[in-house]
Design a protein around this ligand. Structure first.
Ligand code: BGC
Length: 753
């Protein structure tokens, strides 16, 4: 109602008759330059009205200025679908009957597609849904780098490589924003673990910050043009990221020229002075842990509410701070909630379901196949499906990204559609009810009987399809907790071993947003790996298993053999993960929260720039499955590359072209990856780094030419002495391959200044 009356006011102001009586204020003239509108609105605001813009007025909204017809901002999670309506002033779901949506695959699935066009489809569809649901800010995408497979939130991010994450974030953001809905890129920055997330201070070199942890954010802001960004819960240089002077003032605004809004993570503000001075615009969720807890204090007691107003009145912080914040917020409002030209959006359309399905199809990674896959329907009479994830609704749980989908198809339902009554199902293991920050123990006797039943059925089946992995319960792929172990939970390793013993015809189809140990890897003939695929996930899974879809996903993160092979865990020193506690036990991670805040914890990223494949390559510790790996039901041959020159001059570039032939029997997609290696450098560098990739569709028997342009920027590293990106003269190699370890050709060239 409130919003309708504001639009009415706006329309009235624009009707010619009305104009005659009253001039349309400049800030309402949508064809006037944005900055002029911002300044015009700003000068009409009282101090109280400016401050009121800077903090929440409900769980997911901020106030506008009703007196001036400036509407409020409506926000929603994000990032895999538009979250169900939350009550105005409590964390309960509002119980609406018209807020069911399309659940899209998790962002880690998007990363596994390695396809920017698919990311654009994703952004378009989720943006339309957000708009239809009348949201102005969609809380996503997340581009934090995958540092450890124990991070409970990796499924919400886009893998271990900053270039890959950035290339996919940009089209997602641009398409979301075409709907007049702001993307809110999160969580800026260094939010790479959930353990102690509200307090942990991250110690990282400037070089690793610049080369690994910031580039995807930078690209999202500079190339994606994101209109908002969410500060992270953790600390950097001892200061909380939501009001961190280096991250927000110096880098985000100073260097990257960000003109959008900085929004806290929910409960991420801790100090009025810092919040006033250090680049924060909007404070959300204070006195909560973002999901469950609450305090009696209201919105007026937020750091950027009455306490800020008082400091401003007393002259303790400059008025300029609130003017800057109000400018950023007005700009966001004009771009979104006060943009009468934005489209209406749509919800749960055929096209959105097709998009969700296409992302899922393209994201499933075939890790291993001895030829058993795809499972031809006429070849088997009795197909046993085992595993809790064959039926579990994996859109539930996981924290703030949980979704209320209108429709979902489970893997079991989809397999039954294809294989009919040949399918028998048994659960095999149980994992208890999803409890927030708690795990329900399943009695050993229950687990034994589930396992025994599965093994007995496996003996008589022609083939077993195992559908397990992690789920969205606490201590799995779930916000606010990290995993406790690298192995699969719920006794799945033992179960898989027992099943293989009685039936070696087994296909492992694990669903997970993270890497996990595979002690049974050599004894199973085929392994598929999928992330959480949303509404249409079951169909994508069944189509890949049956061969209706040829898999084309590639790992966006390495799968180490064991946890200690992963850079963050190599030292075995808790300093490097999860960190050490250095002081007094703080009662909470986030004011009012139940989450363990630890005692002034600090984590040191000792592996520095060697994250993921950069570590495996450089330290010669092979991953079980490498970054960029993913097989197909067809074969791709890489021809000899041609290059425009064997020499690059300063400011120049080199064009490289390589023919890729589908030499197998079915059509398929391949991701051609280009990594750059610096032969010799004055500072240590990773063996190679991803600089370009292309996903191409190639019909069976046909070839395509894949073109790349290598630029000087691709050769650079971040120099901590000059605080700048530099390339040193010398020999470089361009490695072209089908994964980070399956390199098909290497081209050498010289770089001379
Ligand atoms: C999460 C954010 C989320 C916010 C609002 C926080 O706990 O960290 O990612 O957007 O809650 O639900």
């Amino acid at each position: 109602m409130k919003r309708l009356s504001m639009y009415a006011l706006l329309l009235l102001a624009l009707v010619p008759g009305a104009r005659a009586q009253q001039a349309v204020p400049l800030y309402m003239q949508t064809d006037a330059p944005l900055e002029e509108r911002v300044e015009d609105a700003l000068k009409r605001l009282s101090l109280e009205e400016k401050v009121a813009l800077c903090h929440a007025q409900s769980k997911f909204t901020t106030a506008g200025v009703a007196r001036l017809g400036i509407p409020e901002l409506m926000m929603s999670d994000g990032p895999h679908g538009v979250r169900a309506e939350i009550e105005w002033n409590s964390w309960n779901y509002a119980g609406w009957t018209n807020d069911s949506i399309t659940a899209f695959p998790a962002l880690t699935a998007l990363a596994a597609t390695w396809n920017p066009d698919t990311a654009a489809r994703y952004g378009r569809a989720i943006g339309e849904e957000a708009r239809y649901r009348e949201k102005d800010v969609l809380l996503g995408p997340g581009v934090n780098i995958y540092r450890t497979p124990l991070n409970g939130r990796n499924f919400e991010y886009m893998g271990e490589d900053p270039y890959l994450a950035g290339e996919l974030a940009v089209p997602y953001i641009r398409e979301v924003q075409k709907n007049g809905v702001a993307a809110c890129v999160k969580h800026f920055a260094l939010n790479n673990q959930e353990k102690w997330r509200g307090t942990v201070d991250v110690v990282v070199s400037e070089r690793a910050l610049r080369e690994i942890y910031l580039p995807a954010f930078r690209k999202a802001v500079v190339e994606g043009g994101a209109w908002s960004i969410m500060g992270a819960y953790n600390r950097y240089l001892g200061q909380h990221c939501c009001h961190n002077s280096v991250l927000l003032n110096d880098i985000l605004r100073g260097e990257w020229g960000f003109d959008g809004c900085v929004i806290t993570d929910w409960g991420g503000a801790h100090d009025t002075r810092e919040a006033a001075l250090n680049g924060l615009d909007i404070e959300m969720g204070t006195y909560t842990n973002g999901l469950t807890s609450e305090s009696a204090l209201g919105y007026d007691s937020y750091y950027l509410a009455t306490p800020y107003l008082e400091m401003l009145r007393k002259g303790e912080v400059p008025m300029q701070t609130v003017d800057d914040k109000a400018r950023n917020i007005l700009r966001l409002i004009f771009r979104t909630s006060m943009n009468p030209a934005r489209p209406w959006g749509s919800l749960c359309t055929e096209e959105h379901y097709a998009t969700a399905k296409a992302i899922g199809d393209e994201s499933i990674v075939l890790l291993k196949n001895n030829g058993i896959l795809p499972l031809q329907p006429d070849k088997y009479k009795r197909i046993l499906v085992v595993g809790d994830n064959a039926t579990r609704r994996l859109t539930d749980g996981g924290g703030s990204s949980e979704l209320k989908p209108k429709d979902t198809v489970s893997p079991l339902q989809a397999l039954e559609k294809i294989y009919g009554d040949k399918i028998i199902y048994t659960r095999g293991y149980a994992c208890g009810r999803p409890l927030y920050e708690r795990v329900e123990e399943v009695p050993a006797a229950t687990m034994d009987s589930l396992r025994n039943e599965a093994v007995a059925l496996a003996r008589t089946a022609d083939v077993v399809i195992y559908i397990g992995g992690l789920n969205k319960n606490a201590y799995q792929d779930c916000e606010s907790t990290d995993r406790k172990s690298y192995n699969l939970p719920f006794g799945q390793d033992e179960l898989i071993e027992a099943l293989v013993q009685v039936n070696p015809n087994i296909v492992i189809m694990n669903i997970s947003g993270n890497a996990y140990a595979m002690p049974w890897v050599d004894r199973v003939p085929a392994i598929l790996h999928a992330s959480y695929l949303g509404s249409m996930g079951g169909l994508s899974i069944a189509d890949v298993i049956s061969g209706r879809v040829n898999p084309s996903g590639k790992l966006p993160y390495s799968i180490p053999v064991r946890l200690s092979d992963c850079a963050a865990h190599a030292s075995g020193d808790p300093k490097n993960y999860p960190g050490i506690e250095r002081g007094e036990k703080s009662e909470t991670a986030i004011p009012g929260s139940l989450v363990d805040g630890g005692a002034d914890p600090q984590v040191t990223y000792a592996e520095d720039i060697l994250v993921g494949y950069r570590w495996h390559d450089t330290k010669k510790i092979p991953a079980l499955f490498s970054f960029g790996h993913g097989l197909s039901y067809t074969e791709f041959e890489y021809g000899t590359p041609t290059v425009s020159s064997a020499r690059m001059n300063a400011g120049g570039d080199i064009h490289l072209s390589i023919p890729v032939t589908n030499s197998g029997k079915c059509d398929g997609m391949e991701v051609v990856q280009l990594y750059i290696q610096d032969d010799k450098c004055s500072v240590p560098r990773p063996v190679k780094e991803l600089k370009h990739f292309r996903k191409v569709f190639v019909k069976a028997g046909e070839s395509v030419n894949v073109e790349f342009t290598i630029t000087e920027d691709d050769l650079k590293f971040y120099d901590e002495t000059s605080h700048d990106w530099i390339a040193e003269e010398g020999t470089f190699k361009a490695h072209i391959g089908s994964s980070s370890t399956d390199i098909r050709h290497t081209v050498r060239f010289k770089y001379l200044k």
